[in-house]
Ligand binder design. Structure first.
Ligand code: DAT
Ligand code: MG
Length: 229
């Protein structure tokens, strides 16, 4: 039922877990220099309001290291690796692409702009290393324009992400898909998406493998996006 589920979500930030405990410790460290008496004085004086303090606490990014890097397949925690390639960035399509995933109801849990090293690009596309276009593909990915690397989370996000992206050859991509709307060339098809759970695990590990790079958070509208009633 809605009310019961809403209560469950509302209570989530308070649930004790090693991850939350780490976030709490970080928040504690940030304010450790202020004695609790001085803090109370500041709150009373209106320098810091109690709600601002809890807001700051809730906004702390929380490492998601405690669950599998690609989430749990088939659940709302499933994750995929999506990258806007250099041509998508040069063509000013970053906002439009992010918007599609956001509006669909998926959750952004990792995001960064980087020019990948040759080693990273080669590892990412290692299954294509025997193909004649491999060298050109790696050069284009590492040419100096950033790649926008992202991790999106939500039910069936790996398969749905691929469907939203469309066919590898944009000329075969359905018109409503990202490639079908914005691209006409296989070598400049603007976006990458993991094609299976195993690929998502590998790719998220490659691009976001360091501890603390992904965040775990609960969108305020979660009850309006995720429910089987
Ligand atoms: P996808 O990106 O749809 O997963 P893929 O894994 O087969 O497709 O290939 C990775 C990328 O390599 C693709 O997005 C663009 C490039 N590529 C694939 N086939 C190509 C071809 N025949 N000519 C040029 N580039 C190609
Ligand atoms: Mg692929």
């Amino acid at each position: 039922m809605f009310a019961r589920t809403a209560a469950r979500f509302a209570l989530r930030p308070c649930v004790a877990s090693p991850v939350k405990a780490r976030a709490f410790n970080t928040a504690s460290r940030a304010t450790a220099s202020l004695s609790s008496r001085r803090m109370a004085t500041m709150v009373t004086a209106g320098v810091i309001t109690a709600s601002a303090l809890s807001y700051a606490y809730l906004q702390k990014p929380v490492s998601a290291d405690s669950k599998p890097i690609a989430g749990v397949e088939g659940t709302f925690s499933e994750r995929t690796f999506i990258a806007i390639k250099p041509d998508g960035v040069q063509r000013g399509l970053v906002g439009k692409i992010i918007n599609r995933f956001e509006e669909r109801g998926y959750k952004l849990v990792g995001l960064k702009a980087l020019v990948p090293s040759k080693e990273l690009a080669e590892k990412h596309y290692e299954d294509l290393k025997e193909r004649p276009f491999f060298g050109g593909l790696v050069n284009y990915m590492t040419s100096g324009t950033p790649v926008i690397a992202m991790v999106w989370e939500g039910k069936d996000v790996i398969k749905q992400g691929r469907a939203m992206i469309g066919a590898t050859n944009p000329l075969q991509a359905a018109p409503g898909t990202i490639r079908g709307q914005y691209a006409i060339s296989t070598g400049r098809n603007i976006i990458h998406g993991s094609d299976s759970y195993a690929s998502a695990e590998k790719e998220i590990g490659l691009w976001f493998g360091a501890a603390g790079e992904l965040t775990e958070w609960t969108p305020a509208n979660v009850e309006w996006v995720q429910s089987d009633n």
